[in-house]
Design a protein. Structure first.
Length: 303
């Protein structure tokens, strides 16, 4: 039995709660997944999982074993990474997590360019709008837009993320153009449903204005709100990497030009500086090369 593979299979079953889901993720048949787990249990002499027709749960021994298996898998990954660095070739697998909107608008194209530079490297891009646990989900790098990056992670600020308050010409023709942030209280605003309340912040010089906004449409993802704004559904506060192309084409109008929405940071976050793999170091340098500077590329294009 390949015990390292058996540990990986067991860890996936434990995290996903399903033999079938683990097999799908590992590109392995369900009988093979079952065989690996059974042989690992026989080798250890304990039952690791309780199976039922509805779910798979960890036994007490399985819970303790899972932590040890994850440590072994991380150590094996470090050994492989250390060995791969000796010939100077960027190879292996990098798992990168980012928000859906940033992944679609920016990161997908950048990963294609980076992959072209390093054909022996594989990249698994995980997009979603929940904050993933990098260690538990074995994510090598997370791109997060925040002003408060996780203090438990190693962080590198890549660039600023500017926002734009935007609306379609059709919406503005019906409802008028806001001249001050407080005017937004009387408009249909498109908000993020994963926040307890929708408060937009604007700054003009040293003056800051906070505005409570509301409307008929909310969503948990920026691209959906962008589509609603283009369709005339209301005013949206959008990252400029999404909204700037629509403003240039005239499909959206940038509002309140004298007021700057709250500035955020785009951060590259990873679990540890220890034994940083060559592939990850190369990707970090590439992202700084592409996104660093006084303005990120999408804002440079906007002039």
């Amino acid at each position: 039995m390949d015990r390292l593979t058996a540990m990986q299979v067991f860890a996936e079953v434990a995290q996903l709660g399903s033999f079938t889901a683990a097999g799908d993720k590992l590109d392995m048949s369900r009988p093979m997944v079952t065989r690996y787990v059974d042989e690992l249990e026989q080798w250890l002499g304990v039952r690791l999982l309780q199976r039922s027709t509805r779910k798979v749960t960890l036994t007490d021994a399985g819970l303790a074993c899972l932590a040890r298996c994850q440590q072994m898998l991380e150590l094996a990954a470090e050994v492989r990474a250390d060995a791969s660095q000796r010939d100077g070739q960027v190879r292996g697998l990098l798992r990168v997590a980012a928000s859906t909107s940033f992944g679609l608008a920016v990161l997908g194209g950048l990963m294609a360019e980076f992959s072209e530079r390093h054909p022996q490297l594989r990249i698994d891009l995980q997009l979603g709008d929940r904050a993933v646990n990098l260690i538990e989900e074995r994510i090598d790098l997370a791109i997060r837009i925040t002003n408060e990056p996780d203090p438990g992670l190693v962080g590198r600020r890549l660039c600023d993320c500017r926002s734009l308050a935007v609306a379609s010409p059709a919406y503005l023709a019906r409802h008028g153009m806001p001249g001050h942030p407080l005017d937004l209280e009387n408009h249909r605003c498109l908000s993020y449903s994963n926040f307890g309340r929708s408060e937009w912040r604007f700054r003009q010089g040293t003056e800051e204005q906070r505005v409570r906004v509301s409307g008929a449409i909310s969503a948990n993802e920026a691209s959906a709100l962008l589509c609603a704004a283009v369709a005339g559904g209301g005013i949206a506060l959008q990252p400029s990497y999404l909204a700037a192309p629509y403003v240039r084409r005239g499909e959206l109008v940038a509002l309140l030009p004298d007021w700057q929405p709250q500035l955020m940071g785009i951060h590259a976050l990873y679990p540890s500086r220890r034994l940083l793999p060559l592939a990850l170091r190369s990707l970090l340098d590439f992202l700084v090369e592409k996104l660093g500077g006084p303005l990120p590329p999408w804002d440079r294009a906007a002039g």
